[in-house]
Ligand binder design. Structure first.
Ligand code: GRF
Length: 233
């Protein structure tokens, strides 16, 4: 199976870039190809990244951009059969969410359902994480339904929160994991290995989701000796 992927982005597009580069590394083994990139912001860096690779890039029609193109028309024009939200800050119209059920993905920079929902995006997420005092945050990739950040979770990966963190340092650490996790999940769904029906099961083909910092046997003793570090207080 090879999917025709439309990417929607509102910002700089580093997740788009990570997906494009991961697909390059897979060559013929990749599960799909990015056929179009669209943004609700004419100045979005994601559009520049697409243009640099000769991938069709479009501005979506909105009150702010009446000259833009309707999303439904773009999806039809490029025969997209999968949608990837890569830092897209608008709700996808419900009729399109329904039409692409199980074929529309999002990445969120926290471990949903915590720190998610309307208004929780960008550094607001990381500020809330730090304010809460949790010691572990992470990245979530999920199917999109008609509510912000509520669709079925496909994969998560933990990221430690350090006492010295501010929103910027934490965002950078989380983004690095996004760039590793998202492309691999996008590819698994694009190739049909992971579906709404089997996601979260061993059959889904998502790589081993042991935590990035699983303590290996020889490290467990270090935890015992440094329990004050784990306590972080
Ligand atoms: C990422 O932090 C992602 O988690 C969130 O929006 C940001 C997009 O960054 N959904 P970029 O535009 O991909 O660099």
């Amino acid at each position: 199976m090879s999917s025709r992927i439309a990417v929607l982005a509102s910002g700089g597009g580093s997740n788009l870039q990570a997906i494009l580069e991961y697909f390059d590394s897979l060559g013929e083994r990749r599960g799909g190809q990015v056929v179009m990139v669209a943004s609700n912001r004419a100045g979005a860096g994601a559009l520049d990244r697409a243009a640099r690779r000769d991938i069709p890039a479009a501005v979506l029609r909105s009150d702010k951009h009446p000259e833009g193109e309707p999303l439904a028309d773009l999806l039809e024009t490029y025969k997209a059969d999968m949608i990837v939200l890569a830092g897209y800050l608008r709700l996808v119209p419900p009729d399109i969410v329904r039409r692409f059920e199980g074929r529309i993905l999002n990445v969120h920079p926290a471990l949903l359902p915590a720190f998610g929902g309307p208004g929780m995006y960008g550094n607001r997420v990381h500020h809330a994480v730090i304010e809460s005092g949790v010691k572990v945050t992470g990245v979530t990739v999920h199917f999109v339904d008609d509510q912000y950040d509520r669709g079925r979770i496909i994969a998560q990966w933990p990221v430690p929160v350090f006492a010295s963190d501010d929103a910027g340092t934490l965002a950078a650490r989380v983004l690095r994991i996004e760039h590793l996790l998202y492309p691999r999940v996008v590819d698994a769904v694009a190739a049909g290995r992971t579906t709404l029906a089997n996601c979260g099961s061993a059959a889904s083909g998502i790589m081993d989701t042991r935590p990035a910092f699983t303590l290996l046997p020889h490290e467990e003793s270090r935890l015992a000796e440094n329990i004050d570090l784990a306590l972080g207080c």
